[in-house]
Design a protein around this ligand. Sequence first.
Ligand SMILES: Cc1cc2nc3c(=O)[nH]c(=O)nc-3n(C[C@H](O)[C@H](O)[C@H](O)COP(=O)(O)OP(=O)(O)OC[C@H]3O[C@@H](n4cnc5c(N)ncnc54)[C@H](O)[C@@H]3O)c2cc1C
Length: 451
Amino acid sequence: MNTLNKDIAGWGRYPVQRCELVRPERHAELWSEAPSLLARGQGRSYGDAALNEGGRVVLTERVNRFLAFDREQGIVRAEAGVTLAELLALTVPRGWFPLVTPGTRHVSLGGCVAADVHGKNHHHDGAFSSSVRELELITAGGRRLRCSAQENAAAFQATVGGMGLTGIIGEVELQLQPIESGYIRARHQAAAHLEELFRLLQESDGDARYSVAWVDLMSRGAALGRGVVMNGDHAARDELSGGRRLTPLRLPPARVRNIPCNMPGWLLNGLSIRAFNAQYYRREGSRSGSFLLDYDTFFYPLDTLANWNRLYGRRGFVQYQCVVPTATALEAMRQLLQRLADSGHPAFLGVLKRMGPAGAAYLSFPMEGYTLAMDLPMKGAATLALLDAFDSVVLQHGGRVYLAKDARLAPASFRAMYPQFAEWQRVRRELDPHGVFSSSLSRRLGMEEQA
Ligand SMILES: Cc1cc2nc3c(=O)[nH]c(=O)nc-3n(C[C@H](O)[C@H](O)[C@H](O)COP(=O)(O)OP(=O)(O)OC[C@H]3O[C@@H](n4cnc5c(N)ncnc54)[C@H](O)[C@@H]3O)c2cc1C
């Protein structure tokens, strides 16, 4: 098999590391002998989860065939390199939608399982694994193992959220949800500060299937944490009118613009972000009543700007995403936003959402509480010190950081945040006694060392 040594990165473009890349054309080639192996999907994790510095990275993008689609029951089986974009193109016109989707459709099914991704409906439907009926896992030595919540359950729960460290996910079988249209009935509510944002989220998300809040990370003082709560539900066919009602499952193609090259690092500064946020808050917060959006606009607004990560310039950016249990979540988020404000560090995208109960997977990120995600341009030591300060707040409140977004968490913090790590490690050692599957993230977090 041809190999290529190349510098690659995650979506945040920090860090950049040299890995040995292989790109199998077929499922049968996914496994190859190497001292250190890691599968990679679309590279949409932000930090070093899909990097394996000095080791082999198996690009799964060409292993992307659909294997079966039961149109009556909404069950689809596909190779793990299939993306959500490809899945949506197949299933939406036939009235089926993924039960859980992250905020971009440019992710592979394997990546969604390995990070156990969550969507705007976590409080309602749980994480991605709740829609997984079965997986095929290719373990060290090339052995194929079928696993699900019922069969080889320990391997399943270690692979879901296991960040590629139990083996290569070869196939995924998913249960989809029926939809009558490709449209979402959305509703926005503006909140003048963080307390109101929490109140609105709590009051409204019981009724809404999908719920999320945009947070103005540049707001200060009495307006700290102001934002817009965005709720939505799949629209029924009879809610549509005109041409939309005639072809409710056919959507106009999404218009995509492109950021052609790295923008200068200074472009996203405090002033430009503040001006953008003020306008966004006014525009989105003042939309009254409910209105219809096509599912692309509702779920994947960032996908309309291809390569938007280049806006952050050559040094890239980090996304900090944490979840904190409900009891003290408001206080924890206030402290995080206050620390951000005190630091003077610019931060662009802020997203807050309520999460439902945790699933059974050992390293899955979600837990009952609130999750906050913040995009920060990478400014070296100042950024890293700020994120360490965030970790102290999160730890103090019993929360955790999302590994799919992480590039810099310390090993001790990781262990404190993921109390089921020892059980995960025991199962992983059974599946991969010699530690063939490894990543830059696993080595940085000391996941190879005895718990
Ligand atoms: C704009 C944007 C919005 C996002 N929104 C959300 C969101 O709302 N919720 C959320 O949870 N996440 C979100 N994410 C993160 C993203 O969903 C996850 O990082 C996801 O894992 C990326 O999938 P990928 O195919 O790009 O995987 P990669 O980034 O390539 O890999 C991620 C991890 O999965 C492992 N992996 C990938 N394929 C396989 C395989 N076949 N077998 C075994 N392991 C594998 C890799 O080893 C790595 O550890 C977002 C990311 C972006 C860029």
